[in-house]
Design a protein around this ligand. Structure first.
Ligand code: PRX
Length: 679
């Protein structure tokens, strides 16, 4: 089914965000202790020092062999960083901290239910667990350097243990967010060609123990349909010895990790020295049309970039207790719960629960109990906690020096509540704009040096030179008040290397649109298309206006309209489907599904339920639509493309634009009447 591509940002969207905000300055106490307080850093990362400036980040790591070429541009846009260098990511995140901080907590795991005590896992203990699991992966599951291993794990320590064990072996991990369905996991298994799936029998969510192993069975079956056999499913048990799932363990395929591990007690696995350019992991994400794509991140460049940005922007010191309340199943968790903080030898909090359960004070009790002083979350959580418990933070005795927001634009009034109430006016707020593809931050503020401006992420991060282009490819001036497509002019070490198995798609999606010369090996000719609309104020700060492609950002989760529509089309009665974003006070955006039925089908709540269930099954509950509307027909162009822009206008009670050129303009009023009278 063809679609009109997602509209550019509308004038209305731009206008909503268009009031200049006052600057906020960091408290003197913060500045005095900051990792980066000397403005000379801005000079060191000036464009004339590119790409050598990134040596400053790479030097935070321990290299087995130092690189000879900082950036190789000979095969654009397949940039290669730190060529000739060798290192092991697990060694950098675990082994090298043993000498100085063996007994320091690497992770503090906060499990559900709330009555359960947090558990500290020291670097020594992490070292032991990672080595044993690496031995099991290698000797029992036959995992070798370069193999892909899929995880479908929740927020438990076993997840970073498995990631680091793969990294130790030089195997490529691919974690699928625990909330995704078995079918979605199966898709990713097949695409990555994994023979091994690591999962867990169950996990806690909002107070209930959820059966998770059932999804592994669906995933293996879905992968097999796509031609990929999984020969080992390694099942951790949430409570060792007790099985929390109704699914039957398949003989010869499924194994309890806690039964196997005793055979590997005390084993040590030599970390494999990997080329800097070897892939470290895949992270699947939605975007444009088609299936989710496996963003491939490198070992040396990625690790250098997340270590550097964790130190400079998150201001993490080894003595801090740092809590990023994201899920490791997303890029934020990979970069800023696991790899960045651990590369710096810090203590990272891992939270199994949901911030609003059992009540809106949960996060602040954790902060008080653990002495958290750096806190990192998404606007959707901030909006929810502000609504549910605006006065809760004041009741608890914690002190944040630093707070981050990530994942969506934050409204200035929500920013101010975060700053004043959650941060008690004592913490800096760092808005970090970036995406799965970019490994780490793109637009943000150096907390001790660059003032904060509510609603703006800030200027380009160190060594990142953004530019906004209009549709014709002309740069849009800062301060012009005009929005356009934000791109990054230069490569940086954290950028994805390719889309797994689809190099042409990689070039098409990220580089084709604004490439100046496809034969050029000069990076200046290859701007990276981020996929967001943005405006730049005269002070150089960017305001991010949202995705310009076929992605709906729900509570900071990227959902592909194409995937939602494909899921709806699995319902027998459905002939056509369109997913549109609607404004939502808490989630930023929510999804509404519009479906037209096959001839002879009768609309009714049963079909609406089927559509919602199909989305649960194919993608996961996180994608469940806020509404399903059955319409007699879709508004279409003369060439038969569905006009999502028109439908979104109806759903949001905004202007639908010019409809006179549609093949069936009369349908617009029909749909409007039907939908708006019921809303
Ligand atoms: O639209 C931008 C929005 O989230 C998208 C990336 O989503 P994902 O790949 O899932 O990564 C999320 C975590 C980095 C972006 O294209 N986004 C992310 N951070 C911000 C943001 N929008 C505004 N402000 C941000 N700080």
């Amino acid at each position: 089914m063809a679609h009109e591509s997602e509209p550019q940002l509308s004038e209305a969207q731009i206008a909503v965000h268009w009031r200049e905000e006052e600057y906020y300055r960091p408290p003197a106490k913060f500045v005095a202790q900051a990792n980066v307080g000397d403005p000379a850093v801005l000079e060191r990362f000036a464009e004339e020092y590119f790409p050598e400036c990134f040596k400053e980040y790479a030097d935070l790591l321990s290299w087995d062999a130092y690189w000879h070429t900082t950036l190789d541009t000979s095969d654009p846009p397949f940039w290669k960083w730190f060529v000739g260098g060798r290192l092991n990511a697990c060694y950098n995140c675990v082994d090298r901290h043993l000498a100085g901080s063996r007994n320091q907590a690497a992770f503090i795991w906060v499990p559900e239910p709330e009555e359960a005590d947090p558990q500290a896992i020291t670097y020594q203990e992490l070292y032991r667990r990672v080595n044993e699991f690496a031995a099991l992966l290698r000797d029992f599951a036959g995992v070798k350097t370069g193999d892909r291993v899929t995880f479908h794990l929740p927020m438990v320590v076993e997840l970073p243990v498995a990631m680091l064990a793969c990294a130790r072996l030089g195997a490529i991990h691919s974690e699928v967010f625990g909330g995704f369905s078995g079918a979605a996991c199966g898709d990713r298994i097949a695409d990555s060609g994994s023979r091994v799936l690591v999962t867990m029998d169950g996990y806690y969510r909002g107070g209930t123990l959820v059966d998770h192993k059932v999804k592994a069975d669906e995933a293996v079956a879905a992968a097999a349909k796509l031609g990929q056999e999984v020969d080992k499913v390694l099942v951790w048990r949430r409570h060792a010895g007790t099985y929390a799932s109704d699914s039957i363990m398949a003989e010869g395929r499924d194994f309890f990790v806690d039964e196997l591990l005793p055979h590997y007690r005390g084993q040590q696995v030599e970390p494999v020295s990997m080329p800097a350019e070897a892939p470290l992991f895949l992270m699947y994400t939605s975007g444009t049309t088609g299936r989710p794509k496996g963003c491939q991140h490198s070992t040396g460049g990625y690790l250098a970039y997340v270590a550097g940005t964790s130190k400079y922007y998150q201001d993490i010191h080894p003595t801090d207790t740092y809590w990023c309340a994201a899920d490791i199943g997303w890029i934020t968790g990979h970069s800023y719960i696991v790899y960045g903080p651990l590369a710096l030898g810090a203590t990272s909090v891992l939270f199994e629960g949901v911030p609003s359960h059992p009540d809106a004070g949960r996060c602040w009790r954790i902060a008080e109990r653990l002495g958290v002083n750096i806190f990192h979350t998404a606007p959707t959580t901030i909006r929810m906690l502000r609504k549910l418990g605006p006065d809760e933070p004041a009741k608890y005795d914690y002190r944040f020096k630093h707070m981050t927001t990530v994942g969506e634009p934050i409204e200035p009034e929500v920013w101010r509540w975060y700053h004043d109430e959650v941060g008690k006016g004592e913490a800096v707020v760092v808005d970090t704009w970036w995406m799965t593809e970019t490994g780490g931050f793109l637009g943000t503020t150096l907390p001790a040096l660059q003032p904060m401006k509510p609603g703006s992420c800030g200027p380009g991060a160190l060594g990142i030179y953004p530019v906004i282009y209009d549709d014709e490819g002309a740069p849009v001036e800062a301060g012009s008040g005009r929005a356009g497509n934000i791109c990054i002019r230069n490569p940086w070490p954290g950028v994805l290397q390719t889309v797994w198995g689809q190099p042409e798609r990689f070039v098409d999606i990220y580089y084709r649109r604004y490439c100046h010369d496809e034969h050029s090996t000069d990076w200046h000719d290859w701007p990276f298309l981020c996929g967001d609309g943005a405006v730049q104020a005269a002070d150089g700060y960017f305001r991010i206006l949202g995705r310009i492609d076929d992605v709906i950002n729900v509570s900071g989760h990227r959902l592909g309209t194409k995937e939602l529509e494909s899921a709806a089309l699995t319902v027998e009665e459905v002939a056509e489907a369109a997913a549109v974003p609607v404004m939502d006070e808490l989630r930023g955006r929510a999804v509404e599904m519009y479906v037209a039925l096959k001839p002879g089908q009768t609309p009714g709540p049963e079909i609406e339920r089927k559509v919602a269930a199909a989305i649960d099954r194919e993608i996961g509950k996180i994608a469940r639509p806020a509404g399903v509307w059955i319409v007699p027909d879709m508004p279409k162009t003369r060439s038969g493309k569905i006009m999502r822009r028109v439908i979104a206008g109806i759903s949001n009670f905004t202007d639908v634009g010019d409809v006179t050129t549609l093949a069936n303009p009369e349908i617009v009023d029909d749909i409007r009447h039907h939908v708006q009278s019921e809303k």
